[in-house]
Design a protein around this ligand. Structure first.
Ligand code: PDD
Length: 284
């Protein structure tokens, strides 16, 4: 792949793509992002990601500099120009460059950046082996439903996970798991109920979460949306995470203790397979 980025109307090699040091994304994390998966050069569940982008910018009173239909064209153009086959397209929109005042500038033009990332999500070895997670306190702000570029808490959580030899951090608040550093969390209870936390300001409404819940429902799985504890996850039949960049990933260790017998379970494997089928069938 020859990664080509889009920056405010121009396409250029990713290594040459730049924004101002006065950009409010850089100075204040005053911006929103989205990540859509790409399989065989096509975008996966992209309308859901663009709808969430629109909602997120609305929640911070930021107007998109281009209509959604145009953003979709730019995503596709990035894929085409970069020769991206499998991976993700990253989108970031910020309130633009201006004097460093906390309050919104009167006349800033939003910054819109997009670039490709290569990743073979379907054939990730961790889908077969499962991943290990650690739990960390959730120290984030109270509007986690907004896909803010302010990700320092997740950066620190995922760095702690990496240092512990783990692939994800599960954030815990008030005794229950909120979500992963960059993923939604599911467990299958001993009596075979698929559990995930309901959407609220406490978590990002995952697009993959939503699709997987719909597919699980079609499979006639019993589903309950409620928060659960680390102890419940450790006692679960299965645990897994979902995200655009990982699809469905089994979790086999939590804080060094085996979960689900330390092996990926059949329901996570089945939902992963079904999700990939859904992704390919609806890719555009
Ligand atoms: N992260 N929760 C958080 C905190 C996330 O950052 C993400 C996605 C998810 C899953 O959402 P979705 O299924 O829509 O990707 C849940 C992206 C992939 C990232 O930051 O790279």
């Amino acid at each position: 792949m020859n990664p080509v980025a889009y920056v405010n109307g121009s396409y250029l090699p990713l290594s040459e793509a730049k924004v101002s040091v006065l950009d409010r994304g850089f100075l204040f994390a005053d911006g929103i992002y989205e990540v859509s998966a790409v399989l065989d050069g096509k975008l996966i569940d992209n309308d859901a990601h663009l709808a969430r982008l629109q909602r997120s910018v609305g929640e911070i009173a930021l107007a998109l500099p281009e209509p959604i239909a145009r953003i979709k064209e730019i995503q596709q153009e990035i894929i085409r120009r970069s020769g991206l086959v499998d991976g993700m397209v990253y989108i970031e929109v910020t309130r633009g460059a201006g004097p460093r005042d906390f309050a919104f500038p009167k006349e800033a033009t939003p910054t819109l950046v997009m670039f490709p990332m290569e990743k073979d999500i379907v054939n990730a070895p961790s889908a077969k082996t499962g991943i290990a997670v650690i739990t960390v306190p959730d120290i984030r702000w109270e509007r986690r439903d907004i896909k803010s570029i302010g990700l320092l808490a997740q950066v620190l959580a995922k760095q702690a996970a990496a240092e512990a030899g783990c692939q994800e951090a599960w954030m815990v608040q008030d005794g229950v798991i909120t979500e992963g550093g960059s993923s939604s969390v599911f467990i299958l209870t001993p009596d075979h109920v698929l559990l995930t936390r309901p959407n609220s300001n406490a978590i990002l409404p995952g697009c993959t979460r939503k699709a997987v819940l719909a597919l699980a429902d079609e499979q006639k799985l019993r589903i309950e949306e409620r928060a659960f504890t680390v102890a419940e996850a450790l006692a679960a039949q299965e645990a897994f995470i979902t995200s655009a960049s990982a699809f469905v990933q089994p979790v086999v260790r939590i804080d060094g203790q085996p979960v689900a017998g330390g092996k990926p379970g059949p329901i996570a494997a089945r939902l992963r397979e079904i999700y990939i089928g859904f992704a390919r069938a609806t890719a555009e």
